[in-house]
Design a binder for this molecule. Structure first.
Ligand code: NDP
Length: 342
């Protein structure tokens, strides 16, 4: 392998992708990013510039997860593919297939093109939503990479199903396809850390919604947090480390509740103090309201249990020293204010 081989990063306009591309560039690689619309290429270059890296070693190809066009050309000749692209909407669709089909079929398109191009390794951006919802775990279970979400659970949102099915499909493909690339999955928890432009990930959109004062009260739910800079470093480490092939890595450190996020926002930006949530709703009230409010349905699987988890594997095998959850949320909030988005 050449010392600085070229990397393909799918979904280059995404938050995780922009930080990951920046990290590959810092380490001397050149990167080919895929975009479903090349109209976003200049925005990505500007975002990279804001992250302090020279975007001249980035090129772009057009490819959409929902069709075959462009994937072979985008991937041919590279050494590693980092597959981050997947639909991650703020609001869940009525038809789960709207998310499942692009997530699963897009992943398989990428893996088929990668096999044709004799790519050495694919790093798949999965999620802790593909870990935290197996069936039959007792309360108090410590979640780890050994757990796989049961996609048949009736309480899963379309997004949770889409990420689980996409990751399972990827592992099945690798096992059943002669000549398939090596596979490593990165499973980030709720991503915080700095935004780089106004093309916000759903995880940053939450602050904009809170800053409008939309939610005086919030459901009582907590989630493990991952700083996007750690998530980017995890992808880059996963691209080349020996001895990690066939593994998945839960990326997360600490936990924050929705109420905590509002509290940190008020601490950092006192002018928004009157807008942030003032109290937590009882679980029964959230379940009742979710009958009418589709956005609330996303949080139903979280009610009633603060999930314990271990991040020992990411530390031991990827060498990550993660930022704390408060630090990651603070960086997110400050970046959104710097960008004048809240
Ligand atoms: P973003 O919404 O910022 O990025 C999503 C990316 O996927 C965008 O580049 C988007 O392109 C692309 N995409 C969506 N649909 C398609 C499609 N049909 N064809 C091609 N590209 C498409 O989110 P994040 O950066 O946060 O997420 C990146 C990945 O990380 C996703 O796989 C997500 O599931 C995963 N993840 C995110 C977490 C989080 O909290 N943010 C936590 C765990 C995992 P476009 O710009 O054109 O819309």
């Amino acid at each position: 392998m050449p010392s600085n081989p070229e990397i393909v990063v799918t979904g280059a306009s995404g938050l995780i992708a922009k930080h990951t591309i920046a990290e590959f560039l810092r380490r001397g690689h050149s990167v080919r990013g895929t975009l479903r619309s090349l109209d976003k290429a200049d925005d990505v270059r500007r975002a990279l510039d804001r992250l302090g890296v020279d975007p001249q070693n980035v090129s772009f190809c057009a490819a959409d997860l929902t069709n075959e066009a462009g994937w072979d050309e985008a991937i041919a000749g590279a050494e590693v593919v980092v597959h981050t692209a997947s639909p991650f909407p703020v609001t869940q669709p009525d038809d789960p297939e709207d998310l499942i089909a692009p997530a699963r079929d897009g992943t398989l398109r990428v893996l088929r093109s990668a096999t044709k191009a004799a790519i050495a390794r694919v790093v798949l951006t999965s999620s802790t939503v593909a870990i935290f919802y197996p069936s039959g775990r007792p309360v108090g279970h410590i979640y780890s990479e050994e757990d796989f979400t049961d996609e048949t659970r009736p309480d899963l949102t379309p997004y949770f199903k889409s990420k689980t099915i996409a990751e399972k499909s990827a592992w099945d493909f690798i096992e059943s396809t002669p000549g398939a690339p090596e596979l490593v999955a990165i499973n980030p928890s709720f991503v915080q850390g700095p935004a780089v432009d106004a093309d916000l990930s759903t995880s940053h959109e939450l602050y904009r919604i809170m800053a409008r004062g939309t939610y005086p009260a919030v459901p009582c739910i907590s989630f493990p947090v991952a700083d996007v800079r750690d998530v980017a470093a995890a992808h880059v480490e996963a691209a080349f480390r020996p001895g990690i092939v066939g593994n998945r890595y839960l990326i997360g450190e600490g936990q924050l509740s929705l109420y905590d996020l509002g509290h940190i926002m008020a601490r950092e930006l006192p002018d928004l103090r009157s807008k942030v949530p003032k109290f937590e709703l009882p679980d029964f009230a959230v379940r009742a309201m979710a009958v009418f409010d589709r956005k609330l349905r996303t949080v139903l699987p979280e009610l009633g249990e603060k999930k314990a988890f271990t991040n020992a594997k990411m530390k031991a095998e990827l060498g990550l020293v993660p930022s704390g959850a408060d630090e990651a949320a603070t960086a997110a909030i400050r970046s959104l204010r710097d960008l004048r988005l809240i």
